[in-house]
Design a binder for this molecule. Structure first.
Ligand code: 5AD
Ligand code: SF4
Length: 515
């Protein structure tokens, strides 16, 4: 089936939604809707093969589309979104657009959105309301919504109803179609909507306009099949699809040759890397083993799932070199009952065992995590188990959240007896423990020498430089701006609450020792 046929076949499908009223909204716009989202369709994991498209190229007819025009992209949410923005910026540049930081002077404004929690969505709706005033001043301005929120039918309905000044909505699987979507938006008076709910493809050769020149993001896989009961990601990002190792290795080599110093490998669940290969037994440990031989100082990955974290990976990471000794390992809860309802598919004991294994292999490791408090019906005892687990592991830092119901996920249907006020208090109590551990970890470093990758100078003073250690701790120190982009040794003088103050010692010899 070619692309046109596929679009045509999807056009006949009315988006399914539980709200009859919402359906009416869609039908009104149906002629102009290419494809509307459906969380129900997104849930199905088909057996169809993953197709690799290596031949992405922008159709000649679009190549002058951006001449004399500027684009502005605002990014919300995770690093995957940040990287998608780099891809879209790359496409814009190939179309001849210029980038601008000044939203008012932009001809195209895109909001690359996040759906992970309600407050992330509210920020986007607030911004959409705000954009009306620019659109009034400049009716030619195109406003687009993309990213995870556009995969939700409730969001698309709301945009249709409340934000008619939006010109285009496109999904996370439709990024490579940006030229076609823009073209349609220029020609159409109606809102253009193109959101594919199911996708089994991996598209290579997409252009990228990278935002930095020191650190770079590299996708290793897309999607998530874990379906934790609270999480919208498996619906908004589709099924797990791994990039082929040779593509990833070539991209990292190329970035090393361009002078990048640090790579962040990205995936919603990187430990499932390679599970979808039918012709090849190749997992994250194998990939890391290849990447550690590349001459680049630092390689990280995010995000891990404890369930798929295997011994081979631990063994490879323990060899160090350019593989940093920092692992972000979301635990979500310390209670077996809550973990079960979350469908995390591991127990507290399994998690602690894994942590032990990691610590034995990597005694110098820094572990960080994600935790959700106030899960439906979470008891005080269950919450206490989370606090205890936190202390037992001794995480150095955590991202902590109050559970936010996401329409379409199983947890959103649960009756919840935990009052909002109790959830807020639990978050504060957890954050106090997180702060205690992170400041202790920083305090321990006073007097030590750490390796810092210098990323820039402080906003207020040019001679105060800022950078991160291998364990991702922020360090400030006085030094010349020529050190930006370099690896340096810094002696830690004082631990602040979220960062370290240090004294420059010397530049690090950058050749990575191969181990
Ligand atoms: N409510 C609150 N936090 C959530 N996360 C994911 N979904 C939700 C939700 N519905 C958190 C998890 C995840 C991180 C990226 O966001 O902790 O690891
Ligand atoms: Fe969401 Fe992560 Fe669970 Fe996947 S593994 S469903 S991305 S929390």
């Amino acid at each position: 089936m070619n692309e046109e046929q596929r679009l045509a076949s999807q056009q006949v499908k009315q988006p399914k939604t539980s709200e009859a009223k919402a359906e009416k909204d869609y039908s009104k716009y149906f002629e102009k809707v290419f494809t509307a989202p459906s969380l129900k369709d997104a849930k199905k994991r088909g057996k169809e093969d993953i197709k690799y498209h290596k031949d992405f190229a922008i159709d000649e007819q679009f190549l002058r589309m951006g001449e004399g025009r500027k684009f502005y992209i605002r990014t919300y949410g995770c690093q995957m979104n940040e990287h998608d923005t780099e891809v879209m910026a790359g496409i814009f540049m190939q179309l001849g657009y210029e980038s601008t930081e000044d939203i008012e002077s932009a001809d195209v404004v895109l909001l690359n959105t996040c759906a992970i929690r309600e407050n992330a969505e509210n920020k986007v709706f607030g911004e959409l309301g705000f954009l009306v005033k620019y659109k009034r001043k400049n009716p030619e301005m195109l406003i687009g919504v993309c990213g995870c929120m556009s995969q939700e039918e409730s969001v698309v309905n709301k945009i249709l109803k409340t934000y008619p000044h939006v010109d285009m909505v496109f999904g996370t699987h439709n990024i490579h179609r940006l030229p076609n979507i823009l073209q349609e938006a220029y020609m159409s008076k109606e809102m253009v909507i193109e959101v594919w709910s199911k996708e089994g493809d991996v598209i290579e050769n997409l252009p990228k306009k990278r935002l930095g020149s020191i650190k770079a993001w590299v996708n290793i896989m897309y999607g998530c099949d874990k379906f934790c009961t609270y999480c919208i990601v498996p619906y908004t990002r589709g099924k797990e699809r791994s990039r082929r190792p040779e593509e990833i290795i070539a991209e990292v080599r190329e970035l090393a040759a361009q002078g990048y110093k640090e790579i962040m490998l990205l995936g919603q669940n990187v430990n499932a890397y390679g599970k979808d290969f039918e012709d090849l037994h190749y997992r994250l440990g194998d990939l890391m083993d290849e990447l550690r031989k590349i001459d680049i100082p630092r390689i990280r990955f995010t995000t891990s799932h404890p369930r798929d974290f295997d011994d081979q990976l631990i063994e490879v990471l323990a060899q160090g070199g350019n593989l940093v000794e920092h692992i972000h390992l979301p635990v979500q809860s310390g209670s077996n009952d809550v973990l079960k309802i979350m469908a995390r598919k591991y127990t507290r004991e399994h998690f602690l065992q894994l942590v032990d294994k990691i610590k034995v292999a990597m005694p110098n490791v820094a572990l960080t995590t994600d935790i959700i408090v106030g899960y439906p019906n979470e008891t005080e005892e269950q919450f206490q188990e989370t606090l205890e687990l936190y202390r037992e592991v001794g995480f150095e830092m955590a991202f902590t959240y109050i559970y936010s119901p996401r329409e379409g996920t199983p947890a959103a249907k649960m009756v919840d007896n935990v009052p909002e006020e109790v959830k807020k208090q639990r978050l504060q109590r957890l954050n106090a423990v997180v702060a205690e551990f992170s400041s202790a970890a920083l305090k321990q470093l006073e007097g030590e020498v750490v390796e810092v990758l210098v990323e820039g100078s402080s906003k207020r003073r040019d001679d105060v430089l800022a950078g991160y250690t291998r364990k991702n701790r922020l360090v400030n120190f006085e030094g010349p701006t020529e050190l930006v982009g370099k690896l340096v040794k810094v002696k830690v003088i004082e631990a602040k609450s979220h960062s370290l103050m240090g004294e420059f010692i010397e530049q690090v010899k950058e050749k990575v020792e191969l181990v």
